[in-house]
Design a protein around this ligand. Sequence first.
Ligand SMILES: NC(=O)c1ccc[n+]([C@@H]2O[C@H](COP(=O)([O-])OP(=O)(O)OC[C@H]3O[C@@H](n4cnc5c(N)ncnc54)[C@H](OP(=O)(O)O)[C@@H]3O)[C@@H](O)[C@H]2O)c1
Length: 263
Amino acid sequence: MIETLFSMAGKVCVVTGGSSGLGSYMAQGFLEAGAARVYITARSEQKLEEKAAELSQLAEGECVALAGDLATLKGVEALSAAIHEKEQNIDVLVNNAGIGTGARFDALTAFDWDRTMDLNLRSPLFLTQAFLDLLKNTATAEEPSRVIFISSVAASEVFAHVMAYSTSKNGLEHLTPQLALALADDYILVNTIAPGRFYSEMTRSSWQEPDSESFKAELQRLPAHRYGGPEDIAGVAIMLCSRAGAYFTGEVLNLDGGHRIRR
Ligand SMILES: NC(=O)c1ccc[n+]([C@@H]2O[C@H](COP(=O)([O-])OP(=O)(O)OC[C@H]3O[C@@H](n4cnc5c(N)ncnc54)[C@H](OP(=O)(O)O)[C@@H]3O)[C@@H](O)[C@H]2O)c1
């Protein structure tokens, strides 16, 4: 049993925001677990192509770059059309692309509110809708397809300066059981991972000076006493998308090194 429990052999996966950070860690994990193809997406084409080439070297499966802006519905449609041209079915969709925005309430602009909601909340929902036929095609009760959302500990925290970000992630968590129920009869499982602090571009300003007093104090506060890394998110994503996680749906899995239990 254990040989196949965490295998992604033959699976076709799409990971949005796969050119860096958490998306690239999950794409790498899927390929190393045997996925046949992993499509990664992001706006910056060169960085995306470089990441796809790097990840394609790591395993037999192929990593394919598809550039585009998912903050627009046009971008969502374009990505869907590009994948429909190449694939009859997809097994896994990870809606990971997101931006972290923050501002004092009196400085919060409608522009920032909209771009946060458009990318972090609207695009995961409508991308999932655009891929429904591909997700349904080969899904069965024994081998269901998977949709993963990436939320954040910020979804359940009250920090006035990250109002838009936190609300967008809270919306994703609220959508999770609703969508899981809506897609249950199509054999599509919907779950969310809510990460705490991870090494990525989004958090670079916090960790780029590892010897700074502020970073050391943050690590001291975190129950895990470290930031999350590639293995932490790849491990949970592989679990959710392989046979091992085939009985989870409608769940939010907090992956935060204990962040929530020590404020
Ligand atoms: N790092 C953490 O500690 C942490 C904690 C909790 C939750 N998260 C969540 O994890 C997810 C990934 O974040 P990360 O930390 O890995 O950040 P990251 O390193 O900045 O990666 C973000 C990815 O999304 C892409 N992206 C950004 N805007 C996009 C757009 N409009 N259309 C398409 N792709 C876009 C980026 O590429 P381009 O810029 O080239 O488009 C990049 O590939 C986000 O949803 C974030 O909210 C992160």
